[in-house]
Design a protein around this ligand. Sequence first.
Ligand code: APR
Length: 224
Amino acid sequence: MKHIVVLTGAGMSAESGIKTFRDADGLWEGHDVMAVATPEGFQRNPELVLNFYNERRKQLKEVQPNQAHKDLALLEINYKVSIITQNVDDLHERAGSSNVIHLHGELRKIRSTKNENDIKVWTEDIHLGDNCESGYQLRPHIVWFGEAVPMIDKAVEICQQADILVIIGTSMQVYPAAGLLDFAPVETPIYYIDPKPAMDKNGKIHVIAKSATEGVKTLLQILD
Ligand code: APR
């Protein structure tokens, strides 16, 4: 079985109704990204940050996987599929993909502010005063700007084993995620699905300038 590695960003979930980051002038759902997605922002105003992610977690219960999530899950019939997502939603899993790595954390999990390895599934709100078993405040299990990306080594290893690499709905601006495609073997074809593609690497990438749902359909025809 050929191994397809799929790297997804916010555009993957746009057609499910979750806003992307950079289509909104540095504002994320009306908030300054630096206020809600940095350790400094959390220190300054923990309640604001907890509430922000509480809202995102609630939103997750109202949205559904789109056709592109579902089509990627069906690829598992004929391929070994690894999904590496920058998204913190669980739409790939809910569409049926069985092998998903979250580079930037997961909305449905929390962790201790003291111990980044003390992680638990948590589907409700987090409030100030909600503590881990050792008595430290809980925070969302999200990788904020300036924090280490614990899953990056695993992601690099997977990209090195790709027979086909597919990139969907990402502006390729945030490292180390944006550097992952450079780890694919030179002979591995790379497809990039995005209505406003941010790169073509001098024609080395097969750009499919479409939305995720339309673009994945086109990809399936190409792979057929
Ligand atoms: N289908 C596919 N792609 C789309 C769609 C769509 N329907 N709508 C928008 N896009 C594309 C945009 O053209 C853009 O290239 O999705 C991309 C979204 O880019 P960003 O908003 O920058 O999101 P992303 O690349 O995932 O951001 C990376 O930055 O803020 C951090 O941690 C956050 O994981 C995030 C990271």
